[in-house]
Design a protein around this ligand. Structure first.
Ligand code: NAD
Length: 270
């Protein structure tokens, strides 16, 4: 049995939170949550690849992050639903940074008003592709790379409160998005169990209603019901998510895998 660590031998918490020298990928980094994580990881010293289909935005944020945090940041174009693009993205990051250590697999989208029980199959497939297939592809390609390199690593997937509960709304209710996000929770556990033997940790975060680009176009009444159903009676901010993802990706979380962290202001208490 390992011996119990004495107080004088405890590793410094600040040191284990440090990301200096680490190479990171954040997908969906042109969006609110992704760019917040990219900034958090950069502040802790990591070089960051900002991956998105919206490359112009990603480039703008990469330039800002480089300037502010004095690390390397690069925008990489990739549609995470396309296997060949995910392969090319992983290769491009390795070429640019030399390796990969940590990944926030975060790209996702909600349906534009048509995600209810009458959703047509094509729309279902499109939403599933973005929210679940893309997560799988990024997880698998990164894990295969880390295994081939015989190095450990850590991944955090963005799930959602919608993976835990069906959001209460007036009228119709989403069907595909929650099904996909529930899938992300179990994808995380399955991949965590399977790739643990290669020193890879995989966890998820489940944001509640965080004020970000994803809410563009949602009617005011729906936004009000989101805050009303939350124990804290407010939306989350982009300041309240990046640090949680960074913690799970850091060496402070070396005994955490297959877990989900709700960042939801208590939404799922009820
Ligand atoms: P956002 O719309 O600001 O960002 C999402 C980003 O993903 C966008 O930049 C978009 O271009 C990118 N993206 C979409 N499809 C892509 C694809 N196929 N390939 C590559 N990039 C793609 O939204 P956000 O709030 O930052 O969302 C980030 C993640 O958080 C998503 O997975 C979302 O489902 C999840 N989430 C958000 C909330 C919230 O309230 N904001 C709550 C729960 C979960």
């Amino acid at each position: 049995m390992d011996k119990i660590i004495q107080l004088e031998d405890l590793k410094p918490v600040k040191e284990r939170f440090c990301m200096a020298g680490k190479k990171a990928i954040v997908t969906g980094a042109a969006g609110g949550i992704g760019r917040s994580t990219a900034a958090a990881l950069a502040e802790l010293g990591a070089d960051v690849a900002l991956v998105d289909v919206r490359t112009d935005q990603a480039e703008k944020y990469a330039e800002f992050i480089e300037r502010k945090y004095k690390v390397h940041a690069a925008a990489v174009a990739c549609d995470v639903t396309k296997e060949e693009e995910v392969n090319a993205m992983v290769e491009a990051v390795v070429k640019t940074f030399g390796t990969i250590d940590i990944v926030h697999s975060n790209a996702g989208a909600i349906g534009a008003g048509y995600d209810d029980g009458d959703i047509d199959f094509l729309s279902w497939r499109r939403l599933m592709a973005i929210n679940l297939d893309g997560m799988f592809l990024v997880n698998q390609k990164v894990c295969q790379y880390l295994r081939q390199e015989k190095k450990g690593g850590a991944i955090v997937n963005t799930a959602s409160i919608s993976g835990h509960v069906i959001n209460r709304t007036q009228g119709r209710h989403s069907v595909c998005y929650p099904a996909a996000k529930a899938g992300v929770l179990h994808l995380t556990k399955g991949m965590a169990a399977d790739f643990c033997q290669y020193g890879i940790r995989i966890n998820s975060v489940s944001p509640g209603n965080m004020l970000s680009g994803i809410h563009a176009g949602i009617p005011d009444a729906a936004m009000e019901s989101m805050t009303g159903d939350c124990v804290m009676k407010r939306l989350g901010s982009m300041d309240e998510i990046g640090g949680v993802v960074a913690f799970l990706l850091s060496d402070l979380a070396t005994y955490i895998t297959g877990a989900d962290v709700l960042v939801d202001g208590g939404y799922c208490i009820w």
